[in-house]
Design a protein around this ligand. Structure first.
Ligand SMILES: C[S@@+](CC[C@H](N)C(=O)[O-])C[C@H]1O[C@@H](n2cnc3c(N)ncnc32)[C@H](O)[C@@H]1O
Length: 206
């Protein structure tokens, strides 16, 4: 986004939240939520995720990095990480907040090219902050199929969707499509300590 300045790397959660809100007001369709996810939702997104030594975590749409913080706390020097966000401001912020993690300024639909350029990555988990419910269904399904095909047995894909959109046919549709695409589909939550409360949707590969 033009004309904006990323907050300092040591910004408080409140400062990050206010900056995120301003980003949302400028690009509501892409940022899609008005406040960053809480650490409680981040914990739920990571709970029970298996990360074998040497494997990689992919993160789609990290934004200001609430899930990135939780992922970073789980990574050893033997793990790898690739974050993908198309918003250059978020990418710039994350590169300062997490200088050891690789964050690509790219559209998530460039995933096959991004992975082809990084043959050392063996993703075991994909943590997704994208507004999948609001994105075009054929493209989302293609992305989810790509993710399913690259994950090993035991691999997991996690995303979240807000409690209040439970009445939205697009949320119902996303669940049905994840059920069809992944060998196992589970809904966790809702996580109430998030603004707004949210479910975690998990697709697993066996
Ligand atoms: C709902 S915010 C989530 C941010 C963060 N994960 C959180 O939970 O607070 C969605 C994020 O996805 C990014 N995004 C939206 N569409 C994208 C796309 N097609 N490719 C890459 N990033 C995208 C936005 O820039 C934003 O950072």
């Amino acid at each position: 986004m033009t004309g904006s300045i990323a907050p300092p790397a040591d910004a408080s959660q409140g400062e990050l939240g206010r900056w995120f809100l301003r980003k949302f007001l400028r690009s509501p369709g892409s940022v899609a939520s008005f406040w960053p996810s809480s650490r409680h939702l981040a914990d739920a997104m990571l709970r029970g995720v298996e990360l074998p030594e040497g494997s990689a975590v992919l993160e789609f749409g990290p934004g200001t990095g609430p899930f990135t913080d939780a992922i970073a706390a789980r990574l050893t020097p033997q793990h790898h990480y690739l974050g993908i966000d198309r918003d250059a401001d978020f990418v710039a912020l994350l590169r300062v907040r997490h200088p050891r993690l690789e964050v690509a300024a790219a559209d998530v639909f460039e995933l096959p090219r991004l992975l082809a350029d990084r043959p050392h990555l063996r993703p075991a988990a994909v943590i997704c902050g994208l507004p999948l419910v609001a994105m075009p269904k054929p493209e989302v399904d293609g992305l989810l199929e790509t993710v399913r095909d690259l994950l090993p047995a035991g691999g997991t894909f996690r995303t979240f969707s807000y409690l209040h959109t439970v009445v939205n046919p697009n949320q119902w549709s996303l669940k049905q499509r994840m059920r069809r695409i992944f060998p196992k589909f589970t809904v966790h939550g809702p996580v109430l300590r998030n603004l707004p409360p949210a479910f975690v949707f998990e697709g697993r590969v066996y």
